[in-house]
Design a protein around this ligand. Structure first.
Ligand code: G4P
Length: 286
């Protein structure tokens, strides 16, 4: 989904999310497991406040499994619930309602004590575009379309969708902007396909990919492009020149850069994660 985030749009998005938040018990903050921090909204903590939160690291099928484990532990250490899932192939999604109920255990117990048999938990998905919010929503509700509008406290035209007897999701996800003011974050979002192709320079993003993969996933990168030890001893710029020639692009380095971006998104260099938790803290950056 392409959205132009002008300041007015950001304020509107924030207000819409905060309005909806009043109605939910639990927030599902959806991030891309390959870039858990770069794919977060920079004001998330301010916007969500103290509301119980589940960090959902989606697209884990594309991410480095070892680093994903570190991220899950990191977010749990901050006091959130956290889970890595693959919404596209419906992996581990069914644990989300369980985690939400665990977070809301005290409220559920109170309501049960008051005689409510199956206390309902209400949640909403929030995240930047392209992290998989709609996919998650659709998978969680399967084919259940539970219309529970027309109730006090429920905004008109808004529906709650039923994931199970006691777990409901708001029908539309909250969409917020990414942290694109930081250049490195912009490169990460571009490489993973989270931002539209028209808003970044492919030569810069392709070079970032070359540097990242040769350094962090050397063997996969070497194999993907049939490189030898001499090739890998070249500088980044010379390696780009070499790869362009080798792939038939002559001296059109932009085409090679585009190819690297394409290959990264297609998983040609294997599963990867662009950032680790040690360089991160949980404070808002806006
Ligand atoms: P959004 O609502 O947050 O904007 O994201 P959406 O669900 O539309 O998902 C964005 C893209 O990511 C979709 O691809 C979707 O299939 C894919 N996706 C969602 N969850 C997963 C996952 O767990 N693993 C993988 N590998 N992909 C996932 P799309 O619509 O086909 O777009 P594109 O592939 O053409 O970019």
């Amino acid at each position: 989904m392409a959205i132009n985030w002008f300041p007015g749009h950001m304020a509107k998005a924030r207000n819409q999310v905060q309005e909806k938040l009043k109605q939910v018990d639990v927030v599902l903050e959806i991030v891309d497991a390959r870039t858990p921090e770069a794919s977060r909204n920079p004001m998330m903590n301010q916007i969500v406040g103290q509301k119980p939160r589940i960090m959902v690291l989606n697209k884990q099928d594309l991410a480095d499994p070892e680093i994903t484990k570190e991220w899950v532990a990191y977010y749990k250490g901050l006091g959130y619930e956290a889970i890595a899932i693959d919404a596209q192939h419906a992996k581990r999604l069914n644990q989300i309602p369980q985690l939400a109920k665990k977070l809301m255990a005290a409220k559920i117990a109170k309501q049960k004590a008051r005689g409510i048999k199956n206390p309902a938990i209400r949640a909403m998905c929030i995240g930047i575009p392209n992290v998989g919010k709609s996919t998650i929503l659709n998978r969680l509700i399967k084919k259940n379309v539970a219309v529970t509008g027309n109730r006090p406290g429920v905004t008109k035209n808004q529906q709650w969708l039923k994931a199970d007897e006691s777990f409901f999701l708001l029908d539309t996800p909250g969409i917020l902007w990414p942290k694109f003011e930081d250049e490195l974050i912009g490169k990460k979002l571009a490489l993973t396909g989270a931002i539209a192709d028209s808003v970044y320079q492919e030569d810069i993003v392709g070079m970032y990919g070359l540097q990242f993969f040769r350094e962090n996933y050397t063997e996969n990168f070497r194999r993907a492009y049939g490189l030898n030890a001499d090739d890998l001893a070249l500088s980044d710029a010379d390696l780009m020149v070499h790869l362009a020639k080798k792939n038939g692009f002559a001296d059109n380095y932009n085409r090679m850069a585009e190819r690297i971006i394409f290959d990264a998104r297609q998983g040609k260099f294997g599963r990867y994660t662009l950032e680790k938790p040690e360089a991160t803290d949980d404070t808002d950056t806006e």
